[in-house]
Write a protein that binds this ligand. Structure first.
Ligand code: SAM
Length: 243
């Protein structure tokens, strides 16, 4: 593949993703800030604004990891609402739960270990589902999107925040250089784990671009699907409704 990295075999992908997130969990938050120069905070803030949560709503923060979005949702939906942080990885869940509890975010948050491909929730349950920087790690993305549609209430919305395709050549070149050359070195320096950050760069490269993901959501049955590019399309926020 590009730059000589290994192709990720679908069968092995799940084990690999598990290994990556067990390995980075403890340093995940600091790495996010360092690698994105803090910009992930802006991308996440925009996601919350687009989700437009209200008091009393039920929100699923899927692949919620260390809980950045969950923390914000929890404050907004209040004691009559409920935020479910679901993640496949128990190390990430533990770091997230400890962090949120330390911040005093308790009461309306619950934690569920679950695979996005087969969500253990009833039909028509959530008002909002977010999956931030999670979908590209999922092996069967179509199954995951269908599962999200099932557990969403009619009238509910799904927001997918994910790396996407930079819109301009110059940005694409800078970004490739950064993600394939600099990022794994930074990852190695901070976490002593270059492989995980090589995986990260490769998974970003392999992820469907804006239009492809939009089509996948539409094919799964989402309606009024649209997306917003951020930072020249390095990241895109896709939104779709269930009617
Ligand atoms: N949403 C958080 C954020 O934006 O900071 C965490 C994103 S982190 C890059 C990706 C998360 O996806 C990890 O916590 C990982 O365990 C989780 N994940 C990977 N595959 C998953 C799956 N099949 N189902 C649920 N979660 C998954």
């Amino acid at each position: 593949t590009h730059f000589g990295y290994k192709t990720i075999d679908a069968d092995k992908k799940e084990d690999m993703v598990a290994g990556v997130f067990h390995s980075v969990a403890a340093k995940y938050d600091i790495m996010n800030d360092v690698m994105s120069f803090g910009i992930h905070r802006i991308w996440k803030r925009f996601t919350i604004e687009s989700a437009a949560p209200r008091t009393g709503m039920k929100v699923l923060d899927l692949a919620g990891g260390t809980g950045d979005l969950t923390a914000k949702f929890s404050r907004i939906v209040g004691p009559t609402g409920q935020v479910t942080l679901a993640d496949i990885n128990d190390s990430m869940l533990k770091v997230g739960r400890d962090k949120l509890r330390d911040k005093g975010i308790v009461g309306n948050v619950n934690y569920v270990q679950a695979n996005a491909e087969a969500l253990p929730f009833p039909d028509n349950h959530f008002d909002i589902i977010t999956i931030a920087f999670g979908l590209r790690n999922v092996t069967h993305k179509g199954a995951a999107i269908a599962s999200m549609l099932r557990v969403l209430k009619p009238g509910g919305k799904l927001l997918i925040l994910e790396f996407s395709k930079p819109q301009h050549d110059v940005m694409r070149k800078i970004y490739d250089l950064y993600s394939f050359k600099i990022l794994p070195k930074m990852g190695k320096m901070i976490t002593k784990d270059a492989d995980s950050y090589e995986y990260l760069a490769e998974s970003i490269r392999m992820h469907p671009d804006q239009e492809t993901l939009k089509q996948m959501m539409t094919d799964a049955g989402f309606e009024q699907v649209s997306y917003t590019n951020m930072t020249d399309g390095i990241v895109a926020l896709h939104k779709g409704y269930k009617f």
